[in-house]
Design a protein. Structure first.
Length: 262
């Protein structure tokens, strides 16, 4: 019986380790579903090669988490198997073997139901995340991946000068989101900083504006001057962005239709 209980304990401990690692991976910017998959794969030693796995391995903090899981998994799984075999080798008679099989089956079922509980999952993730935030420095986001910076998008700082198209106009009137550009913040010459400015905020000459958008659009915006020509460039940019979004929506619709086809 001791072998069966040892086996269940190792399985429980392994499940906790995988859950903790999954929460740690999500704190670096990995989606919850991908974090669970990567953690289970690393702990069980299942190898695979995908762009998602490369995004984990290329990140220093995620790589440390995966390496730790591989070490723990290489020790935990053999220990569980050894405990299980030891328990059956010491069993005397079919009745005792059946009893131990029943204990293992009931224990695995209980662990499965516990793992499937949404309340347990949320409570455990909250507790682990709070502990990791307090005692570790794992919250290192991979903004290159999160913001798709490898796909033509950029975060850039533009210094606004007198005569620029951006200068002296409230953000609401600039309609930058219609061009596919988001204003993340504005640094004033006096040292103050406006994070996530609202529509009434006016960009003044001397401000340094942090923007997110396509590299091509940000370069064009940096060179855009006030006046009729700048207004025409803005309208053309809005039309280009609208066309891009239409093509994106059409591609997504075709993909959804293809997935739904028998």
């Amino acid at each position: 019986m001791l072998g069966a209980l040892s086996f269940l304990f190792v399985v429980l401990l392994g499940s906790i380790v995988v859950r903790v690692a999954a929460v740690a991976l999500t704190m670096t910017g990995v989606s919850e579903e991908l974090a669970r998959f990567q953690a289970r794969s690393a702990f069980t030693g299942c190898g695979f090669t995908t762009s998602e796995s490369e995004s984990v391995v290329d990140h220093p903090v995620r790589r440390r988490i995966i390496f730790t899981l591989m070490l723990l998994g290489s020790a935990g799984l053999p220990t569980a198997i050894a405990s299980l075999l030891l328990g059956f080798l010491r069993a005397e008679g079919a009745v005792e073997i059946g009893t131990r099989l029943g204990v293992i089956a009931a224990g695995l079922l209980g662990l499965y139901l516990l793992a499937r509980s949404a309340w347990v999952r949320v409570a455990f993730a909250t507790l682990v995340e709070a502990a990791l935030e307090r005692w570790t420095d794992l919250e290192v986001r991979d903004y290159v991946d999160l913001l798709r910076l490898q796909e033509g998008f950029r975060v850039a700082e533009l210094r606004v000068n007198s005569g620029d198209w951006l200068a002296g106009v409230p953000l609401r009137e600039l309609r930058l989101p219609d061009e596919g550009v988001t204003v993340l913040g504005i640094a004033r010459p006096d040292g103050s900083y406006i994070a996530v400015p609202h529509g009434d905020t006016v960009i003044e000459p001397g401000d340094v504006v942090t923007l997110y958008g396509s590299a091509e659009r940000l370069r064009e915006l940096d060179a855009r001057k006030a006046g009729p020509l700048g207004d025409r460039e803005h309208r053309a940019a809005v039309e280009d962005e609208a066309a891009r979004r239409r093509l994106q929506d059409e591609a997504q619709a075709r993909g959804a239709a293809g997935e739904g086809a028998p």
